[in-house]
Ligand binder design. Structure first.
Ligand SMILES: [Zn+2]
Ligand SMILES: [Zn+2]
Length: 308
């Protein structure tokens, strides 16, 4: 795994971030995003005069000075005028969405699913000091936690927020399984994480998770190893054939399949990884093998009633 480059945090970065701490400069960046919305166009371009008129500063030389502070990192000048860079676009959307503001809290709400620790229910979704948490009401263990931006809660009811977290987790995972960081699109390293809770009885398999870490922005995401298998198209189809739309079943509801042994995992070796995930419904099973390259291969579908 490559290490982050510590030297990346240098004076140039501090200068670039400092250059944003000015109302006129932020207004210039905002103006370009507003223009995009007006003309329903991505990467809108505006001339010096158009930007100057929109921002409404008295002196052109002052305006020109502020513009210069942004060009390069946050804006580029083209033959058609000025437009945002990727960095400028990110900064404006971060501010508009209130990512740097604190997130609204909401009242606890019961959600479907079964606790992987005590097999109890109900589970409850809640906000706990800026984190979205799914907790078991019986044993109080936390099954899942995630950061929520303000924009995810601000204009949603509690139920809709919880649903949106379920959808977001799978959309995040879709990128991760392609080796792409959902935050910055950098490459992701994956390792087996064996630091989960100890099995309660001898013979029980411990929980295995995969730890996905971005080489660029250091984002870390943990997913139960079963999810890796469940997202193979053969498994998605198998769930569908048994009345379950996997993408509409949030991660905390997916845990129930593990608790009820609908989905079981046998890890023959951690290094190199050799695991088999079995999905079993009443009359049928699907077996999928996960190898050290994290490639998932369906090995068999069997009809239990005819095999017995
Ligand atoms: Zn519990
Ligand atoms: Zn990243």
């Amino acid at each position: 795994m490559s290490q982050p480059d510590e030297t990346r945090l240098n004076d140039d970065i501090v200068d670039a971030i400092s250059s944003l701490g000015n109302q006129t400069r932020l207004e210039i960046l905002f103006t370009l995003v507003k223009k995009e919305r007006e003309c329903l166009e991505q990467w809108a371009t505006m001339s010096f005069t158009e930007l100057y008129d929109a921002v409404g500063l008295e002196s052109t030389s002052q305006f020109s000075y502020h513009l210069d502070q942004l060009v390069g990192q946050f804006m580029v000048e083209t033959s058609d005028g000025y437009r945002l860079t990727y960095g400028g676009d990110r900064i404006v959307r971060t501010i508009l969405s209130g990512s740097y503001e604190s997130t609204h809290s909401f009242d606890d709400i019961d959600v479907s699913g079964v606790c992987v620790f005590c097999e109890g229910s109900p589970l409850v979704a809640t906000m706990d000091t800026e984190r979205f948490v799914v907790r078991c009401r019986s044993c109080e263990e936390i099954l899942l936690n995630d950061l929520l931006p303000r924009s995810q809660t601000r204009h949603r009811s509690t139920e809709a927020t919880v649903d949106s977290v379920g959808t977001r987790i799978w959309s995040t995972y879709t990128l991760v399984r392609g080796g792409i960081c959902p935050e910055c699109y950098g490459p992701v390293d994956t390792a087996v994480d064996t630091h989960g809770p100890e099995p309660e009885a001898d013979g029980d398999q411990p929980f295995y998770a995969l730890a996905h870490t971005c080489q660029e922005c250091l984002l870390a995401i943990h997913m139960p190893i079963e999810v890796t298998a469940a997202f193979h198209p053969a498994a998605v189809g198998f769930f569908w054939d048994h009345g379950i739309s996997l993408l509409d079943c949030p991660l905390w509801e997916f845990f129930e399949f593990v608790v009820t042994d609908t989905v079981t995992t046998d890890v023959a070796s951690v290094d190199p990884l050799e695991a088999t995930v079995t999905i079993a419904f009443d009359d049928e099973t699907l077996r999928l093998r996960i190898d050290d390259t994290l490639t998932v291969t369906p090995v068999s579908t069997s009809d239990i009633s005819t095999n017995n």
